[in-house]
Design a protein around this ligand. Sequence first.
Ligand code: YH5
Length: 287
Amino acid sequence: MRPAAAGGTTVLRCGVRTLDLSRPRVMGILNVTPDSFSDGGRYAGLARALDRARAMLADGADVVDVGGESTRPDSDRVDEATELARVVPVIEALAREGALVSVDTTKPGVMRAAIGAGAAIVNDVGALGAPGAIEAIAGSGVAVCLMHMRGTPATMQSAPEYADVVAEVRGFLEARARACEAAGIARDRIVVDPGFGFGKTLAHNLDLLARLDEIAASGYPVLAGLSRKSMLGAITGRPEGERMAASVAAALSAVQRGAAIVRVHDVRETVDALAVWRATVEQERNR
Ligand code: YH5
């Protein structure tokens, strides 16, 4: 039997914790926005969010990604106080229970409060582009996911054009990662993400997925967020609530091309699919 992997084990340093990336990992999506959890008041909302997170962890999620600002094209921005009130109690409770928690935010103030509450990963669709964001992470020890987005959530769907979407996204992510490293964020704390659906046409998204190995060749672990997204609707003709099988297939496709982490709504199904995929890969490797 050959060794598991050449070149040593990859781990992501997340503050005092580590995430072993020698096998693909699953990040469960926890939206803590009023549309997702508010009916019944604030505490009922918190209890329901925690129930959902615990269910994802029981289903095998390695990380719970807590987001209080929807970044969908049609969604409203929220102010910092509102976002804090939504995410901090959830992060505090989950971190206290020992969960590895990431916070999906673009605001440095929310990053700092979330880290104080126990978040171990900051997932920023703005790739730490906000003033003060790099500094908020640098001193903290937590890991960061740098995502590519063209434009802003409000403008990103207006006919984006790229000469070579894969080259441009990879170049952007490498430049942001270098800026982070220059500010003192170690290489083993950085994850990159091509940002499926964020200012890309269907053809761009498919190019990024088909050539995800080229993003992975940057040397940084790659996170892929494809779950339930419009590109899957475009391929299958299914509405958002009926994209689970498409999402699982997309996650497998991403992992096969080198994704280290997949960000998903349907944790149980994705974990099962990855277990089968991995069993075949291990069998192939050991024959
Ligand atoms: C991501 O890709 N995405 S929020 C529209 C949908 C379904 C899902 C039309 N945060 C990412 O999940 N963070 C979001 O149906 C993210 N990577 C990272 N790192 C958008 C989202 C969604 C949007």
